[in-house]
Design a binder for this molecule. Sequence first.
Ligand code: SAM
Length: 211
Amino acid sequence: MRMRNKPWAEDYLLSHSDIVSIDLSRKGEIQSWFNKSQPIHIEVGSGMGRFITEMAKMNPHINYIGIERDKNVMIRIVEKAVEQGIENLRLLTVDAEHLTDIFGEGEVDRVYLNFSDPWPKTRHAKRRLTHANYLSIYKAILKSDGEIHFKTDNQQLFEFSIESMSQFGMKLKNINLNLHENEPEDNIKTEYEEKFSNKGFRINRLEASFN
Ligand code: SAM
């Protein structure tokens, strides 16, 4: 997601440090950042944040964390969280490669990956959020029965992810090659999901676990 550089982005995020952190300083205190201690679900690459904000409103018994490395994009999620006063949502402006520096072992109950950047060139495969290097990070922070829920319109990324997760020894279930054919009532459409589905792309989805 490309967004124009906003020189004031960092100051804006710092002025909302009650809900967004721009560094690793929340290490070891993720649960105490919330008003209530409850299961933690994270979304990696939240973009403009429709998914994570709607999920948080729908499920007040879950603590949600949106992870988005681009400060200019993160502003849009913070605006939504502030306007709507969502209590069970916190935000981290960090790269996913640092997740083990923030979350303890088994601290996270679920990881959502929605419309992750496909990085189509083979030489960029390690940047894909379902590459084995990232899977080991999710494995370290997920509970043993935790799950990854993944959606994408990109066929190549979906095939790569199935192969990558299978080679990692993960169990895959509920593989759906056309999510919108019988769209589940509780499916929250992300900004990218709406855009690509309107253009006629089929949406793929799967759930995966390490045990
Ligand atoms: N999930 C949103 C949606 O479906 O509308 C946004 C999808 S957009 C294609 C991917 C987002 O992931 C971008 O905003 C990008 O900055 C973020 N992203 C990509 N790699 C990341 C990483 N390693 N760590 C954190 N965020 C990342």
